[in-house]
Design a protein around this ligand. Structure first.
Ligand code: FAD
Ligand code: UDP
Length: 366
């Protein structure tokens, strides 16, 4: 028996766990199958020197002061509030839907109270609100649903909104004011020197070693550890005993445009009804970088490939519960993170989950 804790995966879940265990005096080995740390938050300069997010746009936002303070130990921040436009019939509208969206789309001059009356008139009340279709129809009615949500959701998930749990569409608020920020959290900022640098600082501890390019499935029979922290897909850990848990994948098309200071007026532009991609993000908005060119990414959803999103629907959650029951029986292993817990977590939620799991683990002294 060795004294080392083994952490599988160097994303938020693995890196926060590693740091907490190391600070509690334990030796930690982190193995990561990719050639880099930071999981899906990984960023790096592209061939033209523009800092890009390899796995799609990552914008940090949280209401959790404790989580923001925790990460602030490893990075300085650049204030950034994300804004998105959505293209419908060739016109760019503020998104999430707000009063300006209504006024521009329908040629109205609504004030706040009349925007609320408008939603009250067009909404299709649903009881109970259990699917993503229910959420949107219940708040904004059919026309806005069809223009902004239906086709985006079909493209993103390969499913009808009626097949997805309410929580998916409920991520998007509806506003009667003119606030056009994508998020309204108290803390909205980007790591000043990028996510990867923040992860380097988190993993920089004398008790932590990191091995890249090592897949747990290939070494698991040889490894001895005091305790394992697993942050990969939970079905893979159990060798797909009950079948594959669906995860939605994406392919990212990165492009650099020379001699173009700005490609689009907001960080992201969504294309609900056109193209095979869902959205285009221009990184310089997010990072504040100055450069004579600009770099963008298009996201193409797909069924196969790297697992990026758990797919929140009742039958998948039932299958996850079966794997979770196996996980509870598995002594000496902690399952944490977006893939291991099969939850549509944002970055801050993963940090919160990892801090809680570390506290439990250190508390038990296992
Ligand atoms: P991951 O980052 O997936 O890390 C898990 C790591 O484990 C990976 O590096 C993987 O290679 C490794 N691994 C898996 N299996 C093995 C194995 N067998 N052996 C060794 N290593 C293994 N969140 C936000 O808050 N704001 C955003 O704007 C935002 N945008 C996003 C955009 C996209 C396109 C995506 C996909 C996600 C976005 N997120 C965003 C969510 C965010 O990426 C996740 O919440 C967070 O990165 C999850 O961290 P994690 O450690 O659980 O998982
Ligand atoms: N959504 C939509 N139209 C949009 C943006 C989002 O219908 O223009 C729906 C879609 O189902 C999407 C969900 O809302 O998957 C959550 O969107 P979010 O931008 O939070 O997704 P993420 O950034 O996690 O991919």
């Amino acid at each position: 028996m060795t004294d080392t804790f083994l952490v599988i995966g160097a994303g938020y879940a693995g890196s926060v766990m590693a740091r907490e265990l190391a600070e509690a005096g334990h030796r930690v080995l982190v193995i990561e199958r990719r050639p880099h740390i930071a999981g899906n938050a990984y960023d790096e300069p592209d061939a033209h020197g523009v800092l890009v997010h390899r796995y799609g746009p990552h914008i940090f936002h949280t209401n959790g002061e404790r989580i923001f303070e925790y990460l602030s130990r490893f990075t300085q921040w650049r204030p950034y509030e994300h804004r998105v436009r959505s293209v419908v019939d060739g016109v760019r509208y503020p998104f999430p839907i707000n009063r300006d969206t209504l006024n521009q789309l329908y040629g109205l001059e609504l004030d706040e109270a009349s925007a609320a009356d408008f939603f009250e008139r067009v909404r299709e009340p649903r009881e109970p609100v259990s699917t993503s279709e229910d959420v949107v129809l219940n708040s904004v009615g059919r026309d806005l649903y069809e223009k902004f949500f239906l086709n985006y959701t079909r493209k993103q998930w390969g499913l009808e909104p009626s097949q997805l749990k309410a929580g998916v569409a409920a991520r998007i608020p509806v506003r009667t004011n003119t606030d056009d920020r994508y998020f309204t959290d108290n803390f909205q900022a980007m790591p000043k020197h990028g996510y990867t640098k923040m992860f380097e600082a988190m993993l920089d501890h004398p008790n932590i070693s990191v091995e890249l390019g090592v897949d747990f499935t290939e070494v698991r029979n040889r490894i001895k550890a005091r305790h394992i922290v697993y942050t990969g897909p939970i079905d893979a850990y159990f060798d797909y005993r009950y079948g594959h848990l669906p995860y939605r994948s994406l392919s990212f098309e990165h492009e650099h445009l020379t001699d173009t200071e700005r490609f689009q007026e907001t960080g992201t532009v969504n294309y609900p009804n056109d193209h095979a991609y869902t959205r285009i993000t221009e990184f310089k908005h997010l990072t504040g970088q100055q450069h004579t060119g600009t770099s963008i990414v298009r996201e193409y959803p797909q069924a196969q490939g790297e697992p990026y999103y758990p797919v929140p629907r009742a039958e998948n959650e039932a299958l996850f519960k079966r794997y979770q029951a196996l996980a509870e029986q598995e002594s000496g292993v902690t399952f944490v993170g977006r893939l291991a817990q099969y939850r549509y977590y944002n970055m801050d939620q993963v940090v919160g989950a990892a801090l809680a799991a570390a506290k439990r683990l250190i508390g038990t002294g296992s």
